[in-house]
Design a protein around this ligand. Sequence first.
Ligand code: PEP
Length: 247
Amino acid sequence: MTDRRKLAAGNWKMNGTSAALAEIDALAEAHPAPGCEVLICPPATLIHRAAQRAQGTAIAIGGQDCHHEPAGAHTGDISAGMLTDAGATHVILGHSERRADHGETDALVRAKCEAALGAGLVAIVCVGETLAEREAGRTLDVVGSQVTGSLPDGATAARVVVAYEPVWAIGTGHVPTVEQIGEVHGHIRKLLLERFGAEGAGMRILYGGSVKPSNAAEIFAVADVDGALVGGASLKAADFSGIIAAL
Ligand code: PEP
């Protein structure tokens, strides 16, 4: 299957308390029938209420991480099944901030992805090179090995999304050229096709890193860009709306 429905995914990171739920109402009102899938991943404390607020709208709610075990002595962690129970349908895994702040490896991200799939979630698996890796000419090798190491064999087009997020573009206002984005997305697509065949053809590849309403259309026109993972510009419905409209 190659019919890849575009996805606009918002990652609120560690931002937002109860008052931020109003942004979900505003987004739902602005996009009663969006031309793409719309996902908001609020902090864990808001997931349950966000999912209740989004009920009956076109907005899906997701987590920003999950543990690889279903339950147990893991203080402060949240399992994939707990996310589902709270109303989440998606989860972001292996974000570069988690890889850097919590030492997450490809093997751990892969185990988390297996747990997410087992709980019925759609997993958005993040990959991306640092500036030093790009400057050393290692981008395709680094991203390729992250894709290979982080995705489990059971990955399917319906349940797994890859997000290419160059670390140096996240929250910096620096965006790769459309040629650079196209090169990496093409490489990821090739790897997905080689490993997963038709399922790989159908897997969505998002771009993430300083996407704004002003640059979204240009990025979305690049081959194999099937949507965006958006941080800062997803916090306000007015900004995220401009990105959704460009898809
Ligand atoms: C992100 O953190 O996933 C991200 C892409 O952030 P920003 O859009 O703020 O660069």
